[in-house]
Write a protein that binds this ligand. Structure first.
Ligand SMILES: CC(C)(COP(=O)(O)OP(=O)(O)OC[C@H]1O[C@@H](n2cnc3c(N)ncnc32)[C@H](O)[C@@H]1OP(=O)(O)O)[C@@H](O)C(=O)NCCC(=O)NCCS
Length: 250
């Protein structure tokens, strides 16, 4: 019982700190995160003692009730908060540090290609936004943020913001990553590189077309003698050339 009261107190503090929507402490009991983490702690103890069936039983029952599926084998530090929660999946070999925040639809999963440790390790104070997928056995560095809808497949350095599919570092230590540094997570993105080169080519073509249009307008408006680089052709000479051309079949 004292443990439960301690847990409730901690949860109230965590939720108050991270969700401005909470109005009273009693609301903490309505949060799926509250139930899911409480049940996970119990299931994890059973898992560590080898009671795998009962550990999974609790985990699956909680998933049905809350929409949050935490495998009892996962290792979770203090201060986890799962906002909303529906569709959150935390795999068996995932490790979460302290004060991690997850939003609905987050998957901490495997790629299906790895054996043993198959799920990510999440550092302290990491925020993983709605719908983000972190797939594979690598680390998300402390204090990093993963943008909504991202798919992260490679290690993320600490203090970074990662967005996109595949996830790329767009900010590190609150400084925007320059374009050339976008490869820092070793996540080359051939499609966006190709699009960037097409965009540049398009820009050049537009510039050349605009110059051509200006030149044509110039020709139209000015008499031939006034066009820079063009000499007015004397009438007689011009006729003579035409005649020669006609005679030559030109
Ligand atoms: C990633 C996030 C946390 C912002 O982190 P941040 O470090 O403050 O980063 P910024 O807002 O400065 O964004 C950096 C760049 O990434 C882009 N970006 C931010 N989030 C993005 C996302 N989810 N997908 C694609 N690009 C994104 C920004 O447009 C910006 O690009 P720019 O440099 O070309 O302008 C935030 O955008 C996010 O995804 N929040 C979602 C939170 C959530 O899940 N809420 C659900 C509540 S129910």
């Amino acid at each position: 019982m004292p443990n439960f009261i301690k847990y409730v107190r901690e949860e109230i503090q965590i939720i108050r700190e991270r969700d401005p929507a909470i109005k009273s402490s009693a609301e903490v009991f309505l949060y799926p995160s509250f139930k899911a983490i409480l049940h996970y702690r119990f299931a994890h103890k059973l898992y560590l003692k080898g009671h795998y069936f009962w550990a999974r039983w609790i985990s699956q029952r909680t998933a049905r009730k809350t929409g949050i599926e935490i495998h009892p084998g996962a290792v979770i530090g203090k201060g986890l908060f799962i906002d909303h929660g529906h569709g959150v999946v935390i795999g068996e070999t995932a490790i979460l540090g302290d004060n991690v925040t997850l939003y609905q639809g987050v998957t901490l999963g495997g790629t299906g290609k790895e054996q043993g440790k198959r799920h990510p390790t999440i550092g302290n104070n990491v925020m993983i936004s709605a719908g983000a997928k972190v797939l594979g056995s690598f680390k998300i560095g402390d204090n990093s943020k993963i943008g909504a809808g991202s798919v992260v497949l490679k290690e993320v350095p600490p203090n970074s913001t990662v967005v996109g599919i595949p996830g790329k570092v767009v900010k590190r230590d609150s400084v925007k990553a320059p374009q050339v540094e976008l490869n820092q997570t070793d996540l080359p993105d051939p499609i966006s590189m190709e699009l960037a080169s097409i965009e540049e080519e398009n820009r050049q073509l537009r510039r050349q077309l605009a110059e051509l249009c200006r030149y044509c307008e110039n020709i139209h408006e000015k008499a031939p003698g006034e066009i820079p680089g063009k000499e007015r052709i004397p009438e007689a000479q011009s006729n003579g050339e035409n005649k020669i051309n006609k005679e030559n079949g030109g």
